[in-house]
Design a protein around this ligand. Structure first.
Ligand SMILES: NC(=O)C1=CN([C@@H]2O[C@H](COP(=O)(O)OP(=O)(O)OC[C@H]3O[C@@H](n4cnc5c(N)ncnc54)[C@H](O)[C@@H]3O)[C@@H](O)[C@H]2O)[C@H](O)CC1
Ligand code: K
Length: 504
């Protein structure tokens, strides 16, 4: 990416540089914390900065009001004690509820507690009746087991109070690695985390429990490239996307073959083809059988239609110079003919976008997965994933990574947070999306966007990352009333949003 393009993008997206997209597991963050302390920054200084960062966010959102801080036995609780002291110094009415007074604390947390000069009330006596602003500093990165008993009870009382909640680092009870709630947790309106977001803030229940996420820089010794995952953003892939040269020719901008299926399923492949064309593939051709051709022809304008007699004619066309990539699966069907057509495109050696029925067919004949051309993308939802990789378990992040390793391809596992994993590469988590995307045909549009980039020569990981982000951005631009029929019309808005203009 030229410096101009990069800077323009940063300005346009109002975003931090790429390092701001790092995701770090809690256990890894503890190592970074220890490294930073060993490098000469005392732990109490980090805790002071963490507390100060929380107070800055808190005061930027809420005017002065009663605050109830729930403080735990470890350093998350220590942050809570720093926050209590700083708010008290600023004249805020602060109560701290904790079963761990100074005598029960160790290290920096003990220092922070002693410096506050505040005596805590036991958690059981925490008074939520006035719906105070609740600061959840019970457990953070050190959560080691399920929250149960009277700790779960205090979280339930806090939730029932109706007061707003700010979580320190992680909502207590939320697993920062997998995003699952262990026992019980407290939904936060705002979460302030330190150094980098954790995968658990985004995966599974994490997004819903974390609320608005703020990442505070507290001077941790965090290196570029040591992240466990990346949070999807155009900064991760935009420099790998082509913009059309001034003298562009349609085939030079990428020929895409979309394989259609039977008459009654025609809509899916058409949506894929339209989305690919809008994404910038210069020439999109739908290949269909003679029996289905009239149905397909009825509602495509800029898409070319090619009637093929059988799999050998399809294989010849797929292998031709005009085709740079192939999308297959949406509306393909799962009968013998569909299986034969899938076999025909597998043999062409072009990057494939494999979705829907193509994944179902591959699950039935696992040896075919090994025959997929390098640089292909698989886009399973949970059900398709289970059929295709029945022996792979774990969190979405772990499963996508294992599936990418096994298949040798880029795997995009769809979900509330979509995970993209390419063999040997850092996985990417996409949360740019809207719930309105949960509608029939929306996946066909995603396939089209990814295939549109593959046809333009973009590598599979970048194509999948861009696909997930643009699909989500298009849905956000659309808002309520979204249907997959017209979602592709918002793809240009998504391109504009990321600054996809040719340079003057
Ligand atoms: N580098 C940073 O990000 C910084 C983080 N800070 C804060 O420190 C916490 C992590 O502190 P740690 O002491 O490691 O863990 P916790 O405070 O989260 O909890 C450990 C404590 O809790 C007990 N425990 C764990 N799970 C349970 C449970 N389910 N029920 C009961 N008790 C439990 C465990 O035995 C320990 O006693 C991080 O989140 C940040 O908030 C620093 O302040 C700045 C640098
Ligand atoms: K917490």
């Amino acid at each position: 990416m030229s410096a101009g393009r990069s800077n323009a993008l940063r300005l346009m997206m109002n975003s931090a540089p790429k390092s701001g997209r790092q995701l770090i597991f809690p256990a890894h963050m503890a190592e970074i914390d220890a490294r930073t302390i060993a490098g000469g920054t005392p732990g109490i200084v980090l805790m002071e900065r963490a507390g100060q960062a929380v107070v800055t966010v808190l005061r930027g959102i809420w005017p002065r009001r009663p605050v109830l801080i729930l403080a735990g036995p470890g350093n998350n609780g220590g942050d809570g004690w720093v926050i209590a002291r700083l708010l008290k110094e600023a004249g805020w009415p602060v109560t701290i509820a904790s079963d761990w007074p100074a005598g029960a604390l160790k290290g920096d947390a003990k220092l922070a507690c002693e410096a506050s000069g505040i005596t805590p009330v036991p958690l059981e006596e925490a008074d939520f009746s006035a719906a105070p602003l609740i600061v959840d500093a019970l457990f953070g990165a050190g959560l080691a087991r399920s929250i149960e008993g009277k700790l779960a009870e205090v979280l339930r009382r806090a939730a029932a109070s109706g007061g707003p909640v700010l979580a320190v680092d992680l909502p207590s009870g939320l697993c920062g690695t997998r995003g699952e709630v262990l026992g019980d947790s407290l939904k936060a309106d705002v979460t302030v985390t330190f150094g980098a977001a954790k995968p658990g803030h985004l995966l599974a229940e994490g997004r819903c429990y974390s609320g608005q996420l703020h990442v505070a820089d507290i001077g941790l010794d965090l290196c570029e490239g040591e992240e466990d995952a990346l949070w999807n953003h155009p900064l991760l892939w935009w420099d790998r996307m082509p913009l059309p040269p001034s003298a562009a020719h349609k085939y030079a901008r990428g020929g895409l073959l979309v394989v259609g299926g039977p008459r009654h399923q025609g809509g899916a492949a058409r949506l894929t083809a339209k989305a690919a064309a809008v994404t910038g593939a210069g020439a999109v051709t739908l290949a269909v059988s003679a029996q289905a051709a009239d149905i397909y022809a009825a509602s495509i304008d800029a898409i070319m239609l090619r009637t093929v007699r059988d799999e050998s004619e399809l294989a010849d066309f797929a292998a031709s110079d005009k085709i740079a990539a192939i999308a297959i699966g949406p509306g393909l069907g799962t009968d013998e003919k569909a299986a034969a057509w899938l076999g025909a495109v597998l043999s062409a050696g072009k990057p494939l976008l494999l979705d829907a029925d193509a994944l179902t067919l591959l699950a039935k004949r696992a040896e075919r997965l090994a025959g997929c051309p390098e640089g292909s993308v698989l886009t399973p939802h949970e059900g398709e994933f289970k059929r295709l990789f029945s022996d792979v378990s774990g969190s979405p992040l772990e499963r996508a990574e294992e599936a990418a390793r096994k298949s040798g391809q880029t795997v995009l596992l769809k979900g509330a947070a979509t995970v993209i994993s390419a063999p040997g590469k850092t996985p990417v988590i996409n949360t740019r999306s809207s719930p309105y995307l949960a509608t029939a045909g929306s996946g066909d549009v995603l396939s089209g966007i990814i295939a549109g980039w593959l046809a333009q020569g973009v590598d599979s990981q970048a194509a999948a990352g861009a696909g997930a982000w643009m699909h989500g951005e298009s849905s956000l631009q659309y808002g309520p009333g979204l249907t997959a029929d017209t979602l592709w019309q918002k793809i240009p808005n998504a391109l504009h949003a990321i600054g996809a203009r040719t340079d003057d």
